[in-house]
Design a protein. Structure first.
Length: 150
């Protein structure tokens, strides 16, 4: 059972495919997702590793149910991404639009050139609210709320 101060880690592995198209041994996780449940007003989803066509569905599986709740804000922490592909960018864009329609603030923690360049190339740098760290995101997205250990 998850408590308010709980978080859960979900490693995402993708199968390695040989040149002939057969699946080889599963390689080590390419994406680690963490869901933080420490604040009733804010969900924090953190992604570390590679966010691409193979791993974006796993992030979507955590993100979309949060977008159906009455949360005030959702932060997606991408500060530990090493690669951000088109599938990840499409997910972020779609989630932002859906959150806006539901009245949920959605922001991105971005302090890497990898994410910065990908967002700029996709034309999302001026669309998605980005923050240097989680504390800044929380303060901007939940003004007037007391600080928490999120």
């Amino acid at each position: 059972m998850l408590t308010r101060s709980s978080s859960i880690d979900l490693p995402v592995t993708t199968p390695e495919v040989d040149i002939d198209g057969t699946t080889a041994a599963t390689r080590r996780p390419t994406l680690l997702l963490r869901m933080n449940f420490s604040d009733r007003h804010l969900a924090v989803l953190s992604a570390s590793g590679e966010l691409d066509a193979a791993t974006a569905p796993s992030l979507a599986g955590l993100l979309w149910p949060r977008l159906q709740t009455k949360l005030a804000a959702i932060v997606i922490d991408l500060s530990n991404l090493t690669f951000l592909a088109v599938a990840g960018l499409e997910l972020l864009s779609d989630a932002h639009a859906h959150a806006w329609h539901r009245g949920i603030a959605l922001g991105i923690v971005n302090n890497t050139r990898t994410v910065e360049h990908a967002l700029a190339a996709a034309g999302l740098a001026d669309t998605l609210p980005t923050f240097a760290d989680l504390r800044e995101a929380r303060a901007a997205m939940l003004p007037g709320q007391p600080a928490s250990a999120a």
